[in-house]
Design a protein around this ligand. Sequence first.
Ligand SMILES: [Mg+2]
Length: 210
Amino acid sequence: MKAVLFDLDRTLIDLQTYTDYGAALEDVESMIGSWDDPPAPATDWDAPTQRCMSILVALSGDPRWTEVSEAIAVHEMAAVTASHAMPRLGEALQLAGDIPRAVVTLVAEAPARAVLARHGVDIPVLVPRRPDLRPKPAADQLLEACRLLEVAPSSAVMVGDSTWDAEAAANAACAFVGVAATRDGTARFGTGVNTAGDLVVALELARRAV
Ligand SMILES: [Mg+2]
């Protein structure tokens, strides 16, 4: 493994539980009305979270994307102080040693940087949702992270908690290790996905993946 790409939310830190995506969805709907959700893998997210993420996929390349992203980011930022680290975060980052790493997230840049700083996660290479990149589950964000880290995607491992992370890794030709999204260590991937109960085990699996 030449690099590890971490999803942020519910992989390193749980921000999602404290983000009022219901309110975010109301704000977005008042701005743009309704839209058709794009095809995307099923997740265990609640309906408003799934809908907010789906609109960011649906509007990829659309001029309204930035204002929609900013409206959602207000609610993500409001959750930063309540967020909590996922189990064994500090140990896992120590275990990662000098392995090049990036955070690849659907969270907007400002709340992503704020929540990483709050939990003392020093990973400068961050690829948040951006108007110029198709969001996960497309490959773009992962390929951008590999470009910034100067590694081939086939030498990198994505560690994430959701089916969207798994599909993005497949689309980018990166290896993937699933990690439990909940503090009780429950993972929700199908068979055939390398899955860990916490971040330390995930890193051990990632080291063996490529
Ligand atoms: Mg996540």
